[in-house]
Design a protein around this ligand. Structure first.
Ligand code: NAP
Length: 243
């Protein structure tokens, strides 16, 4: 690969401090979880990781599952219900929502629909919907609208999902928010300036959810929890009353 290729990366350096995990392990096995009576919503559920995650929630008896995407969700719904049946669980209440996560009106409306259908409480929100412009063009040759579409979907979509579903998450017992980011946050592929910069921002966003809601007992991501607590104590003790 020529040195100027937009796909040449710093992968070797990143591998020296990032551990890759390519399989499940007992601690996260569906066999040890039980989400009966709980609710979840996942954006980007029509295919890929989003559909696979929804199926795993069905396997652990999650009772209410909201699937979000722009394209039809009937196939995903069928697979979710089949996974619940195969695991010997009752059929979950599956809500299909055709939503554009980068549209404020669309996400706001979805939050109202979910609130009515699930009784105002949402245990798990997973902001998974994503888009990536191609990785073939360095920044100076990139297509501006494609570049920004990645941020519109991944950053604005994650922000709007957190913004409009947080009240329902706070009303639940699990109070869990998961944001899909990427190891790309650590990488520099010259052709991936849009995707890899948004990965870094996506990874940081939950810290702000934590910051503004921790007073209500909500600690969104285990991996960020310790760091947030440290920062909270170090920098913000006098701000507690203002949060
Ligand atoms: N695959 C990987 O290797 C990998 C690695 C690291 C991180 N990730 C992250 O994991 C997430 C899922 O990746 P994936 O590979 O499964 O992606 P994918 O197969 O391309 O699926 C993307 C999903 O997002 C939905 N989506 C895209 N734009 C949307 C919009 N504006 N509104 C609503 N839904 C939208 C798509 O549905 P519609 O088109 O029907 O709307 C689809 O369901 C992404 O956030 C990605 O950055 C993936």
């Amino acid at each position: 690969m020529p040195a100027s290729s937009p796909r040449k990366s710093n992968g070797v350096e990143v591998s020296s401090f990032v551990n890759n995990h390519n399989d499940t392990y007992p601690h996260i096995s569906p066999a040890i979880a039980d989400l009966s009576g709980k609710s979840m919503l996942i954006t980007g559920a029509s295919k890929g990781l989003g559909k696979a995650i929804a199926i795993r929630f069905a396997m652990v008896d999650c009772s209410k599952i909201a699937l979000v995407a722009r394209s039809p969700l009937s196939e995903a719904e069928k697979e979710v219900k089949a996974a619940a049946a195969a695991a010997g669980h009752p059929e979950p209440h599956v809500l299909k929502l055709n939503v554009n996560v980068s549209s404020e009106a669309s996400v706001r409306n979805a939050a109202d629909v979910v609130s009515q259908a699930f009784g105002g409480s949402l245990d798990v929100l997973i902001a998974n919907a994503g888009y990536s412009a191609d990785w073939d063009h360095p920044l100076a040759k990139s297509d501006p609208s494609e570049w920004w579409k990645t941020w519109e979907t991944n950053i604005n979509g994650t922000y709007l999902s957190a913004r409009f579903f947080t009240p329902q998450v706070l009303a639940s017992s699990l109070k869990t928010v998961i944001v899909l980011s990427s190891v790309g946050a650590h990488h520099i592929y010259p052709g991936a300036s849009s995707y890899q910069t948004q990965s870094l921002r996506c990874a940081g966003l939950p810290s702000f959810s934590t910051r503004s809601t921790m007073q209500r007992g909500w600690w969104p991501l285990p991996s960020i929890r310790a760091e947030s607590r440290r920062r909270w104590r170090r920098r913000c003790p006098s701000n507690c009353a203002r949060s």
